[in-house]
Design a protein around this ligand. Sequence first.
Ligand code: RTP
Ligand code: MG
Length: 141
Amino acid sequence: MALERTLSIIKPDAVERHLIGQILARFEQSGFRIAAIKMLHLTKPQAEGFYAEHQGKPFFDGLVEYMTSAPVVVSVLAKENAVKDYRTLIGATDPAQAAEGTIRKDFAESRQRNSVHGSDSVESAVREIAYFFVDTEICGR
Ligand code: RTP
Ligand code: MG
């Protein structure tokens, strides 16, 4: 399996409930190395650009409003098979559908306020990492 990077966001609902530390600990306990990390309060254009693939969907405006409602913690996580393994760690989009022991099962409030984001493919990860970080901000291999 190849060493990969994926893009994680700890979303506003989790930041507001002081869950940053617990969620970062889950990442590290699950074998991910934090290669880059920053906290920021997304602007409307930043959130719209990040979720451009969902433009026009019924949940898009609410998603942008939510993602700009409080700060987020964006990180680059490195591990073998990181993209798929991270999606397994966070669980299904809707916490009601998420498997036991996943981050969304344990922390998410709703299908929208679901605590974390993860890249859905290696191609998305490359694009999403470049959306938030320049190469010199990413540490290690
Ligand atoms: P993400 O991109 O944030 O990792 O989540 P995902 O792949 O599991 O889900 P996606 O379909 O890409 O949706 C992006 C985010 O939009 C919000 N959402 N709300 N109200 C709704 O029906 C609905 N559907 C999606 C969620 O915050 C979801 O993570
Ligand atoms: Mg997605």
